[in-house]
Ligand binder design. Structure first.
Ligand code: DGI
Ligand code: FE
Ligand code: FE
Ligand code: FE
Length: 186
């Protein structure tokens, strides 16, 4: 619907400069992963570009959408970390006119994964975690895992995320556990 220049302007208008630079790096990392693993580069780039489009919307907007647009009310027990992907895809479809379900599903799953991820879902999930601006203990091991296989990248990332959530007493979204069970648990 929008050409690249217009799309970039619309995304930039929604995000802080730091967050906008992050989405550009996720786009490039997703393109690199799609190249390496034979993924759909067009969808990978576009999904990378839009994945955090709705990240800076107010909590009240999310709560209203969950109530009025038929989302699982259980979502109200979570926060922006979960909402900006699961509900953010709805905002992206409505405001950016992106109706491609493969792209929207990759956005929905980019934070939490699922037990049945497509190659595109894995590319966006992993690209978000290892883009060159990320710096945290374990980042080099995460990049090595992603260079081994997409499944290894997903497994490393979900384990690290779950460890972080447990150590900070955060509520675990069920799909986060499903991802762990599908890609890590033996
Ligand atoms: O949007 P980004 O900062 O680029 O990264 P993200 O979308 O992967 O992560 C957003 C946040 O969501 C991050 O702080 C970790 C958090 N998160 C991931 N899984 C869960 C979660 N938070 C809760 N409460 N429960 C989860 O299962
Ligand atoms: Fe995100
Ligand atoms: Fe992520
Ligand atoms: Fe992100």
């Amino acid at each position: 619907p929008f050409d690249r220049k217009t799309l970039l302007e619309r995304i930039k208008a929604q995000l802080s400069d730091g967050r906008f630079q992050h989405v550009l790096r996720v786009e490039q990392t997703a393109l690199d992963l799609a190249e390496r693993y034979g993924g759909d580069k067009q969808r990978a780039g576009l999904a990378g570009l839009v994945h955090d489009y709705a990240k800076q919307r107010p909590d009240e907007e999310y709560k209203a959408l969950i109530r009025t647009e038929g989302f699982d009310p259980e979502l109200l027990a979570y926060n922006n970390g979960i909402w900006h992907g699961v509900v953010g895809a709805f905002i992206i479809e409505r405001e950016l006119g992106i109706h491609d379900e493969q792209i929207l599903n990759a956005v929905r799953q980019h934070t939490i994964g699922s037990d049945n991820m497509t190659k595109l879902d894995k590319i966006i999930f992993v690209a978000d975690f290892i883009e060159p601006g990320r710096d945290f203990p374990g980042i080099e091991a995460a990049r090595q895992a992603a260079a081994t296989s997409l499944d290894a990248g997903v497994a490393f990332e979900i384990k690290q995320t779950l460890n972080y959530l447990l150590s900070t007493n955060k509520k675990i979204y069920p799909k986060t556990i499903a991802t762990y069970n599908a890609y890590v648990a033996k």
